[in-house]
Write a protein that binds this ligand. Structure first.
Ligand SMILES: NC(=O)c1ccc[n+]([C@@H]2O[C@H](COP(=O)([O-])OP(=O)(O)OC[C@H]3O[C@@H](n4cnc5c(N)ncnc54)[C@H](O)[C@@H]3O)[C@@H](O)[C@H]2O)c1
Length: 267
């Protein structure tokens, strides 16, 4: 029987998720998008070239619910020749900007979506990954620049994204022996739907942000997705347990701080 090399992408119908789907479709025979809201992606997927859209399946699933995940695993493994190659924990998001506005239930919800869900998904798919005959199999967790530096607000989200980096290292350490690699991609600001609310209250938000980026611009969805595709590929079989920022240098430092010294026009 032909092997069906599968990539599972959580939050797969979001802007970054769909870009990851397009990139992974080059090296996988089936892309499964797990998302709580599949409807919004339908048109985008239809606009993909047919050789990509025919590989994409959507499953409605709340990734913070272990029983929904277990049903999704059963559905995926019932596909003929199913062989799990890549799991991308990409579902995530944040609403509460400061500790002052935080509540215990909002804290729990953000930790649940941005950290617990990655563990729940890994736990749900771990056996399928272990048993998969794929020669190159890995887990890629999408963290954030917020998980590296604590200066960007959204405290529950940032705490969860930092935890996600550490969780990834534990997978790398314990599952390397099964041939499963685990790595993190940590994007800086990417213009996606996730920014809708902030844009409504501050239409200049992206312009304001650019000055903090050494490249003088934000990151594109394809720049995140191509790094995910690299980490999932045969070109990255020696890479395990790393956190790769895709942030145009944001977490390398803060250019305006050096400029504020006023000692050089080159900073
Ligand atoms: N956009 C950015 O600036 C940025 C920066 C750094 C990191 N990230 C991370 O990248 C990932 C994707 O972000 P995006 O910008 O594409 O966001 P997005 O809002 O466009 O997509 C997120 C997706 O997750 C889905 N989702 C939310 N809750 C879910 C749940 N309980 N179960 C299943 N699916 C659920 C949403 O329906 C949505 O499709 C997130 O983890 C985010 O934290 C984004």
């Amino acid at each position: 029987m032909d092997r069906l090399s599968i990539a599972v992408i959580t939050g797969g119908t979001g802007d970054i998720g769909l870009a990851i789907a397009r990139h992974l479709a080059r090296t996988h025979s089936e892309i499964v998008l797990l998302d709580i809201d599949l409807d919004k992606s339908r048109q985008s997927v239809l606009n993909f070239p047919p050789e990509i859209s025919k590989k994409i399946t959507g499953i409605t699933c709340d990734v913070t619910d272990p029983s929904a995940l277990s049903q999704a695993v059963d559905t995926i493994l019932s596909m003929k020749g199913a062989s799990l190659k890549t799991l991308v924990n990409n579902a995530g998001g944040t609403r509460v900007a400061s500790l002052h506005e935080m509540t215990p239930s909002a804290w729990k919800a953000e930790i649940s979506l941005n950290l617990d869900a990655a563990y729940f998904c890994f736990n749900a798919f771990a056996d399928a990954l272990k048993q998969s005959p794929e020669p190159c199999k890995s887990v890629i967790n999408i963290s954030s620049a917020n998980g590296i530096l604590g200066t960007f607000g959204n405290p529950a989200y940032s705490t969860a994204k930092a935890g996600l980096i550490h969780f990834t290292r534990t997978i790398a350490l314990e599952y390397g022996k099964y041939g499963i690699r685990a790595n993190v991609v940590a994007p800086g600001t990417v213009m996606t739907d996730a920014w809708k609310v902030k844009m409504e209250s501050n239409p200049n938000v992206f312009e304001n942000l650019k000055k903090w980026y050494p490249l003088g611009r934000l990151v594109e969805v394809d720049e995140v997705a191509s790094v995910v595709a690299f980490l999932a590929s045969e070109h990255a079989t020696g890479i395990n347990g790393v956190c790769l920022p895709v942030d145009g240098g944001l977490t390398a430092g803060m250019p305006p701080v050096a400029r504020s010294f006023g000692v050089s026009e080159h900073l």
